[in-house]
Design a protein around this ligand. Structure first.
Ligand SMILES: O=C[C@H](O)COP(=O)(O)O
Length: 232
């Protein structure tokens, strides 16, 4: 069954917990669903979803377990709050938080140290795609995670497809996932992310080496999120 992870990004107040409850109500036997809310909602959501089979994840973490890092949250704290997954290397974090490959290697180690499942994001810009360098770019990004391939989930998210309504062609997604699988092997689940919605989910999730989806905007409404899950 496909793994469908919803990334709420910086969206959601306590009232949003109702939507997570609706996801749990609509979950079918065997569905593998994860919601990554903002950290303010993590503990409450983990408690609300306890026993439903819908898991909760975080969107980023600090590499240290604790210390003088004002405003930051460690992987251990996220685990303690009820998270079982943690996204790292999302293009928005690479861009806004200055996540470098070196820093991401430390975050990956922190997530594994805390006993969380890392969801490591990679993806190219439109400029790189148009220059024909997408696969080489992603392969270079994968160097951070290659050593832990069996313990990580990797999400391919072309930056130009995030929140734009645009997606690569099915052939381009398949080619990228084939290239990632060749690097990482059978033990790593590979997700696609970038404008996934109920209408395109069946085609994307049927592609070879696409084991699931990382969903942004369409994860905010339970109906859409479940529509994606049930398209697989
Ligand atoms: O983490 C999720 C991705 O950035 C995809 O976002 P999107 O589904 O809104 O395009």
């Amino acid at each position: 069954m496909a793994l469908i992870i919803g990334n709420w990004k910086m969206n959601g107040l306590r009232s949003g917990l109702d939507e997570a409850g609706k996801v749990a109500e609509g979950k079918r036997e065997g569905d593998r669903l994860v919601i990554c809310p903002p950290s303010t909602l993590l503990m409450a959501m983990a408690e609300a979803l306890d026993g439903t089979g819908v898991e909760v994840g975080a969107q980023d973490c600090h590499m240290s377990a604790s210390g003088a890092h004002t405003g930051r949250v460690s992987a251990e704290m996220l685990k303690d709050a009820g998270a079982t997954y943690c996204i790292i290397g999302h293009s928005e974090c690479r861009d806004e938080c200055g996540d470098t490959d070196g820093l991401l290697g430390e975050k990956l180690a922190a997530v594994l140290r805390a006993g969380l499942k890392p969801v490591f994001c990679v993806g190219e810009s439109l400029e790189t795609r148009e220059a024909g360098g997408a696969i080489d770019h992603v392969k270079r990004q994968l160097e951070v995670v290659e050593g832990e391939a069996g313990r990580a989930i990797v999400a391919y998210e072309p930056i130009w497809a995030i929140g734009t309504g645009k997606t690569p062609s099915a052939d381009d997604i398949a080619a990228m996932h084939e290239a990632m699988h060749a690097v990482l092997g059978d033990g790593t689940e590979l997700l696609y992310g970038g404008s996934v919605k109920p209408a395109n989910a069946a085609e994307i999730l049927s592609l070879p080496h696409v084991d699931g989806a990382l969903v942004g905007g369409a994860s905010l409404k339970a109906e859409d999120f479940l529509g994606i899950a049930h398209a697989s």
